[in-house]
Design a protein around this ligand. Structure first.
Ligand SMILES: [Zn+2]
Length: 402
């Protein structure tokens, strides 16, 4: 039976907000409009959204479900059996839904547990957001993240690695273009895969109708990844002007994961984060913020991503990133578009999700109040009232009296 959500603020994901209605019929959005809905059949259930807002389901383009975001994620990864990691991933997927995120791209797992989670979710064993999965990350021998990696060297081997992950079920081929904050012995400015190596993987991803992203911090690594044709640069903390220019030319998305670097710096060694990790994050944070602001001003495409699972960036707090985007110069409306329609475009899912439009899947969030007036309200889970994926209500909370 259709449900009409009426009298609420509709934030449509495409930059518009108005008082209006959204009618959901089974798994799809049947109608969206301003003002009062047309005469509704008696059978339609009406839900009043006065003083509330309805948004498209939110999208986080960079998470690691198997990792809780403890001070030392590598210790947890090493200690978990695949069975435990699968249960942990299911619990973290549930936490993600509870904060209003209805689609996630997992950027690296191991043991096929991300694919197993998708199967379990499809069979109704556990509720999860929509899952865009990478399987093992693809990196050079000893490259950043090799513990979750398919190591490969040379274009042919990298091509084979990409084909293997796609064969196993990957929707996204995750490449490693530079050293990383969490890997001991590698500096974040150091390039890893060459452009030629990454190009082979990107060709395979695109030929198969999939996408590809690259972890890249250093200016050279970012340019290598963009030249290779990746759909998005992840982190991009040391992005320079030439890199911004190349990203504009190629239409490459930046998934800035500001939460990841901020949380390491904020918690520091006193909270158990390794000294080398803190040192690298401290060395990058100012340049990250400055280069992000430049990229945004220049018009680089942005999509929201957190790197949830790294130290103190924890599942369920994904929407901290939206607040950071606003702190770094986006309007609240822009930040919400980056977390909905732009993210959907990066994931090549914008024909189905990312905006409230007739015919799209009914992924939506109802919040208590107006995030355009105060974006930080999204960090308060008591104000995330309804979360639906494909019309199925996954989370329902009563509005608190205030
Ligand atoms: Zn990551």
């Amino acid at each position: 039976m259709p449900v009409a959500y009426v009298n609420g603020q509709v934030i449509d994901g495409r930059g518009k907000a108005f008082t209006g209605y959204v009618i959901v019929d089974q798994d799809k959005i049947a109608e969206v409009g301003q003002g009062a809905p047309p005469a509704l059949a008696e059978s339609i259930v009406r839900k009043d959204l006065t003083a509330k807002s309805i948004l498209p389901g939110l999208i986080d383009c960079h998470v690691h479900l198997r990792s809780d975001g403890l001070a030392d994620p590598r210790a947890q990864q090493a200690g978990d059996t695949d069975a435990v990691a699968l249960l942990r991933s299911a619990r973290n997927a549930r936490r993600t839904l509870e904060c209003g995120v209805t689609t996630i791209r997992d950027c690296g797992s191991r043991g096929g547990i991300d694919f197993a989670l998708r199967t379990a979710s499809q069979q109704g064993l556990c509720p999860t957001p929509r899952l865009v999965l990478s399987g093992l990350i693809v990196c050079m021998t000893g490259g950043h993240g090799w513990q979750l990696g398919h190591e490969a060297d040379g274009p042919d081997a990298v091509r084979r690695a990409a084909r293997t992950q796609i064969k196993l079920g990957a929707d996204n081929v995750k490449l490693i273009a530079s050293g990383g904050i969490l890997s001991p012995g590698s500096e974040i400015g150091a390039p890893q895969f060459t452009a030629e190596e990454m190009r082979a993987a990107v060709e395979e991803a695109h030929a198969a109708g999939k996408i590809s992203c690259a972890h890249a911090h250093g200016a050279t690594a970012i340019k290598n990844a963009v030249k290779a044709g990746v759909d998005s640069v992840e982190h991009g903390y040391l992005l320079d002007d030439e890199g911004i220019e190349l990203m504009l030319q190629r239409g490459t998305y930046l998934v800035a994961t500001s939460a990841a670097v901020r949380n390491v710096v904020k918690h520091g060694t006193g909270a158990g984060v390794r000294p080398d990790v803190v040192r690298k994050a401290q060395s990058a944070i100012d340049q990250h913020i400055a280069s992000f602001k430049k990229a945004h001003k220049a018009g680089v495409k942005l999509a929201m991503g957190t790197d949830t699972g790294v130290p103190y960036t924890q599942h369920g707090n994904n929407l901290d990133e939206v607040v950071y985007l606003v702190e770094m110069g986006l309007t609240p409306m822009e930040a919400l578009s980056v977390t909905t329609i732009h993210a959907a475009k990066l994931l090549k899912m914008d024909d189905r999700i990312g905006s409230l439009e007739a015919g799209k899947l009914a992924d939506f969030v109802i919040v208590d109040g107006d995030p355009l007036k105060d974006i930080s309200m999204l960090q308060d889970k008591s104000r995330i009232l309804t979360v639906a994926v494909g019309g199925q209500v996954m989370v329902e909370r009563e509005a608190a009296k205030r």
